[in-house]
Ligand binder design. Structure first.
Ligand code: CA
Length: 294
């Protein structure tokens, strides 16, 4: 797909998708949309379900979000939540009513930019498709997968290496269209000049290292960058459909630095260290009261 530009804000976006080296059909879908008010929305969806089901689910989700977005002009968080809930209703009903589509579903990850609030973007996701940000050369994952293996790794019951080959690695805890209800996760992230954002299906993050993702985002414009990441996933095995959407925020981009992080990780560690220091101060105080003053 050709990159598109908004006159009001030179945000550049591009998507690339491929069936991969093993699968017979591509059940991923992606879309880039602009609202009448100049806001931008990028969506990646990874469908599942036998025969045509996965393709229908992911395409329905992306197209429905794009359609709703045309008239968007309000609260980004409320919009993303409502759009994904409506997509869930639509895919679920289609699955129930259409022979051969029963049980189909899809993941979704979306990012929304508003030219009136250029220091923030809004990210919504359901399932294990991911969003990343490259900021000052540092790659960070924005989303936590709604998957069984991801939670097991978080709880330290599996190592990341075990998760990669686990028989349940594709089991999702949340998806669009499988149940009549869905819980959508929405967050806002800060945006700075030169930042790069990337959305992708697991066919990308399962095949390509974070350092290669960071290099592609830093060194290439969105269109060749997205394509080079898809090509790299295919080169590394292409065991699944692979889809990448890239967004470049105008400004100078920094070269990648050391290893990837979790976007909110520093905040969490700062809190832990602060809590430990506070606990230490309280203990010393108590000890002084108990022993020092007597
Ligand atoms: Ca997939």
């Amino acid at each position: 797909m050709a990159p598109s530009r908004s006159d009001s804000w030179q945000l550049v976006t591009a998507c690339a998708t491929d069936v991969g080296q093993v699968r017979k059909s591509n059940q991923d879908a992606a879309g880039e949309f602009e609202s009448a008010s100049g806001c931008r929305l990028v969506v990646v969806a990874d469908g599942m379900g036998g025969h045509a089901g996965g393709e229908v689910a992911s395409r329905t989700c992306v197209e429905h979000m794009g359609e709703l977005f045309r008239s968007f002009g309000g609260n980004p968080e409320a919009f993303l939540r409502r759009a994904l809930q409506e997509a869930n209703d639509l895919v679920f009903r289609l699955g129930v009513e259409t022979p051969g589509l029963r049980g189909m579903g899809t993941t979704a990850v979306a990012i929304l930019f508003d030219p009136a609030r250029r220091d923030r973007a809004w990210v919504a996701h359901v399932g294990d498709s991911r969003a990343y940000r490259l900021h000052r050369g540092q790659l960070a994952r924005i989303t936590d997968d709604h998957s069984w293996v991801f939670e097991e790794v978080q709880k330290k019951r599996l190592t990341p290496e075990e998760a990669e080959v686990h028989p349940r690695r594709n089991a999702l805890l949340r998806s669009i269209g499988v149940d009549f209800r869905v819980e959508v996760e929405v967050q806002s992230v800060s945006v700075a000049g030169g930042d790069r954002f990337m959305l992708c299906s697991d066919g990308l993050w399962g095949e390509v290292d974070d350092s290669d993702i960071a290099s592609a985002l830093a060194e290439k414009e969105p269109e060749p960058g997205a394509q080079s990441l898809v090509d790299l996933a295919n080169l590394n095995g292409g065991r699944d459909n692979v889809t990448v959407a890239c967004v470049a925020v105008p400004g100078a981009v920094a070269a990648p630095t050391d290893g990837p992080t979790r976007l909110r990780a520093p905040d969490r560690w700062t809190l832990r260290i602060a809590a430990a220091v506070l606990a230490g101060v309280v203990l010393v105080g108590l000890a002084w009261i108990a022993f020092g003053s007597g």
